[in-house]
Ligand binder design. Structure first.
Ligand code: G3P
Length: 217
């Protein structure tokens, strides 16, 4: 399973990269705004800076909502670096744009996916990644993990190569449950990734080992 970090914060991206487990980055307009990155030139520069830190795929989301401008914007984003994955919303023109980029060999991530039907369309359009938002479904009392499971079954039934990128991850159990279901990728805040490290018995055990070592020396 690939681990992506879901942030535009360069320090957090560096921290995850230094840990040695990072396979890529996802961003969205809200995450860019959170870091105070505004204006086209600054946004494009920020994507280039992220690509310098990580080796893997970096999702960069288009703002346009019509096919012509999605293509224009996506081509500009893709030209920044080979690592860029054009992130497109799950709307009619987003599906058309995913097919267009797929035909051109440009990677795509179809985002804001909340149903199995939407995921099926993303795969039919040849998307590289599909991003079901499991936390936002949980927020409205709908089982987000069940959606991941449904998409896994559908993709396996037909051998679709689109990778399931579980997004809107809120905590460590989301990551573990996605791993059990067989999501190809999780994208998560740094806190949920580093949360996987923690176990009180590890801390107690290490403390005892170090104390016993001191006694014997
Ligand atoms: O990047 C898309 C997704 O991961 C957003 O997560 O926490 O805003 O629902 P969240």
């Amino acid at each position: 399973m690939k681990f992506f970090i879901d942030t535009a914060n360069l320090e957090q991206i560096k921290e995850a990269q230094d840990l040695g487990i990072l396979d890529g980055v996802t961003t969205n307009p809200s995450l860019m705004a959170k870091e105070g990155i505004t204006g086209k030139e600054n946004i494009l520069k920020h994507y280039k800076d992220i690509c310098k830190i990580v080796d893997g795929d970096v999702s960069a989301e288009v703002i346009a909502t019509d096919f012509t401008n999605m293509v224009k914007e996506g081509e500009e984003l893709a030209s920044l670096n080979d690592q860029i994955v054009v992130k497109l919303p799950m709307i009619k023109d987003g599906v058309k744009a995913a097919k267009y980029f797929s035909n051109k060999g440009i990677k795509t991530n179809v985002t804001l996916v909340f149903s199995a039907g939407q995921a099926l369309l993303a795969a039919k359009a040849g998307a590289t990644y599909v991003s079901p938002f499991l936390g936002r479904l949980d927020d409205i009392s709908t089982d987000g993990l069940n959606l991941i499971s449904e998409i896994r079954d559908i993709y396996d039934n037909y051998g679709f190569e689109t990778e399931i990128l579980a997004a809107s991850i809120r905590h460590t159990m989301h990551i573990i449950d996605c791993a059990k279901i067989g999501a190809d990728v999780i994208t998560s805040p740094l806190s949920s990734i580093t949360g996987l490290l923690k176990h009180p018995l590890t801390d107690i055990g290490l403390d005892k080992f170090l104390k016993d070592h001191k006694k014997g020396n």
